[in-house]
Ligand binder design. Sequence first.
Ligand code: NAP
Length: 348
Amino acid sequence: MTAQSSPSFTFDPEGVDPKEIPTRVLYTGATIPVVGLGTFGSDSVSAQTVAEAVSGAASVGYRLFDCASVYGNERQIGHSFCEIIRGGVKREDLWVTSKLWNDKHGEDDVIPSCEKTLEDLQLSYLDLYLIHWPFPNFHPPRCDITSRSAEAKPYLHESYMKTWRQLEKLVERGLVKHIGTSNMTIPKLKLLLRDAEIRPACAEMELHPHFQQPELFQFVVDNGIVPIGYSPVGSPGRPERDRTPDDTVDTEDPVIVRIAERWGLHPAVVCVKWAVQRGQVPIPFSVRRTHYLSNLRGAVSGPLTEEEMREIEGIDRNCRLIKGHVFLWKEDQTWEGLWDLNGEITPA
Ligand SMILES: NC(=O)c1ccc[n+]([C@@H]2O[C@H](COP(=O)([O-])OP(=O)(O)OC[C@H]3O[C@@H](n4cnc5c(N)ncnc54)[C@H](OP(=O)(O)O)[C@@H]3O)[C@@H](O)[C@H]2O)c1
């Protein structure tokens, strides 16, 4: 241990050398690791447990962490970052994403909200700041699927751009290196690309073998935006409010199971390998060392065969898991209305 290192952070000899983790290049020329750790404890894992997983994941080589104020654990994760940096990892070798929550879209709320996140995370800048959802609608923690906010509104591009302008100011002030989107659709992104002064560098979206979103994925890549794939394993631990009887289970798909058996891997790791190889940045969540280590090893180890990649491409079920029910703005609406399925922004 060096004089500067913290007793609670050490490099794990069984981990992956971070230099061996490939990166993707953003339009700014900056690079982002091809895999990261999610930090949403799905209302069931404590903030402290997630923060310990962040420290553990950094020990085994993770350098990208996907945070958000609404996950309610940024203060605890901030202690982990502090230890990690004191333990010898340079700040510039970390990639930290955070997200603006839906109740902070107001022009005067964005910058203070980001500043609070920075204070909690004990950082002077973020690598990436996302607008978590394109709707200024929020719900009480642990609410059920039928919960609606009385003030809920539809997507209003003018309002979204006002929020985006504040994100641009964060870049201008040096508090944030890149800005990006989350849970957007092609028609909404088209308007953003038309009107943004600072273009989105990344677009975070749900991506896993049963929900591949090929059109959105291609649109994003064609526009020089790096896709970040959330719920890459199919989110087996997601909250009850995000479960419906029609949901499918990626890790039980016979194709995934067969490929996993062939390589001697857990099916979850096959999902992560597929994601990296396809070109998105998966951010699997786990608080178990064996799981997050195997996900990282899977991301850097030999590729799936072309035949396996084609087989997985063939099992897309268009099964969206995080449907967003609680962000709906009308009583008689179904969740499909959030996702502009007919190619146009759903009218108010
Ligand atoms: N932008 C957004 O709106 C948005 C929405 C959802 C999620 N996200 C981000 O994406 C991250 C990941 O998504 P997610 O948490 O929904 O789902 P996920 O990463 O697909 O699934 C996480 C679950 O998979 C299990 N798991 C992970 N690796 C495993 C392995 N190697 N073997 C066996 N089980 C494994 C974990 O259980 P164990 O802990 O038991 O290993 C955990 O329950 C979140 O944490 C969050 O940072 C963003």
